[in-house]
Write a protein that binds this ligand. Structure first.
Ligand SMILES: [Mg+2]
Length: 346
C-alpha cells in the first residue's frame, strides 16, 4: 500500500501572493493534489474567519490551523471520535468543528501588548487598535477581508512606531477622527508604495542594530508573561506559548492514527513558519518576493528551497514532490517482483 502524503501550508506569501493575495498560479498543482486525495492543511497566522473564507474559495474541506498555532479547527466528522481519545487530546465542539486549543485568549494579549509598549517605551499598534478600514490599509486586504482579519482569537499582529504601517495609520485613537476620504488616501499611498518591502530587512530583527535589540527586548518582556513574539511576513505577532509546530505535530498524530504511515510536506516562507517546517518530513521554504533569504536554523540539508515566490513557488515544490512520491510508490509496488527474482543483489 502506498504511503499517504499530507500537506501543511502557510498562506501569506506562500499559497497566496504577498501583494495580490491571489492563488491562481498554484491552482494546477492544487488540482493534482485534490485528485490524489491528499489533504492540504492550511497553517496560518490568519483568523478562523479569514481561513474559512480562503479554504472555501480553494474548495478545501480539511482541518486548518489558525493564528500561529492558536487552535486547530477540524471538520466535525473528519476523524472518528475514538481517535481523539487514543491521542489523549482535549477537544470541544464549536459550530461544525472539533477544536483543539493551544492559544492564549485575545483579551489577555491586548493587555500584554499595552504593558509591553510601556515597558519598552515605544508606541506599538495592534490590530485591536484599528478599524477595518485601517486594517485594510496596512494589509492591502479588501474591506471585507479586513473585517474578517479583525476577528482575532489567539494572536495579536502589531507594528512599531516609525514602521511604514505606523506612518500610514499614525497611531491609535486617531481613527475616530479620521474621515473616510483620508483613509482612502492612505490606501492609495499604500498601493503606490507597494507592499513588497522586505520581511527580515524591514523588521530588522536579525541584526545587532537598534531594531534587533528592540526585538530581543520585546521578546524578553513577552516571555516574562508566558507569551511570545514572532515575525510574520508583514507584522510582529504576540501570541501565547503556541506555535505552528505544536499544532502540526498534534495533527500529524491524528492523521497517523487514522491513515497509518504518512509523509508530511510543509510549505512556508517566514520566520513564524520555522516551527512548522521543523515538524514535517519534507520542509519547503518558498522564496520571498523580495529575494531576502531567511537562514533557517536546524532545518538541515533536507530543506527544499523554491526558486519562485508565492503560489508559483508553491506549485513548483508541490509538482516536484508529487513526482518524487509517485516514483517512490512505483518502486515500492515493484519491490515484491524484484524479491521473487531474488539473488540479484548477491
Ligand atoms: Mg507567510
Amino acid at each position: 500500500m502506498s504511503i499517504r502524503l499530507v500537506i501543511f501550508s502557510a498562506l501569506d506569501a506562500t499559497l497566496l501572493d504577498h501583494r495580490t493575495y491571489s492563488y491562481r498560479a498554484a491552482l494546477p498543482a492544487l488540482k493534482k493534489v485534490k485528485k490524489r486525495g491528499i489533504p492540504v492543511v492550511l497553517c496560518t497566522s490568519k483568523t478562523r474567519a479569514e481561513t474559512e473564507a480562503v479554504a472555501g474559495r480553494l474548495g478545501l474541506q480539511h482541518p486548518f490551523i489558525v493564528e500561529n498555532g492558536g487552535a486547530i479547527f477540524i471538520p466535525e466528522d473528519y476523524f472518528p471520535e475514538s481517535i481523539y481519545r487514543s491521542a489523549g487530546l482535549r477537544t470541544f465542539k464549536k459550530d461544525n468543528y472539533r477544536v483543539i486549543q493551544f492559544g492564549t485568549p485575545y483579551r489577555r494579549l491586548r493587555l500584554a501588548l499595552k504593558m509591553m509598549a510601556r515597558k519598552i517605551a515605544r508606541k506599538l499598534i495592534g490590530f485591536g487598535d484599528l478599524g477595518a478600514r485601517e486594517i485594510a490599509a496596512v494589509t492591502g486586504l479588501g474591506r471585507k477581508e479586513a473585517e474578517l482579519a479583525s476577528r482575532r482569537e489567539y494572536d495579536e499582529p502589531f507594528f512599531l512606531e516609525n514602521s511604514p504601517e505606523f506612518v500610514l495609520v499614525q497611531g491609535p485613537g486617531q481613527q475616530s477622527k479620521r474621515k473616510d476620504k483620508e483613509i482612502k488616501e492612505i490606501e492609495v499611498i499604500h498601493k503606490a508604495q507597494g507592499r513588497e518591502i522586505t520581511h527580515g530587512q524591514r523588521l530588522g530583527i536579525e541584526g545587532s542594530g537598534e531594531r534587533g535589540k528592540l526585538f530581543r527586548n520585546m521578546q524578553k518582556v513577552a516571555r516574562s508573561q508566558g507569551l511570545r513574539i514572532t515575525a510574520g511576513g508583514r507584522f510582529f505577532h504576540l501570541t501565547g506559548n503556541n506555535d505552528k509546530g505544536r499544532a502540526v505535530r498534534v495533527l500529524k498524530k491524528l492523521y497517523r492514527l487514522n491513515l497509518g504511515k504518512i509523509i508530511t510536506i510543509g510549505l512556508g516562507d517566514s520566520e513564524n513558519d520555522w516551527p512548522m517546517l521543523r515538524a514535517v518530513d519534507l520542509p519547503v521554504l518558498v522564496a520571498r518576493p523580495d529575494g531576502f533569504n531567511l537562514t533557517l536554523p536546524e532545518a538541515g540539508a533536507k530543506l527544499l528551497r523554491t526558486s519562485r515566490s508565492g503560489p508559483e513557488g508553491w506549485a513548483e515544490a508541490v509538482d516536484f514532490l508529487l513526482i518524487l512520491h509517485e516514483s517512490a510508490n512505483r518502486e515500492t509496488r515493484n519491490r515484491p517482483t524484484r524479491k521473487t527474482k531474488g539473488g540479484n543483489h548477491g
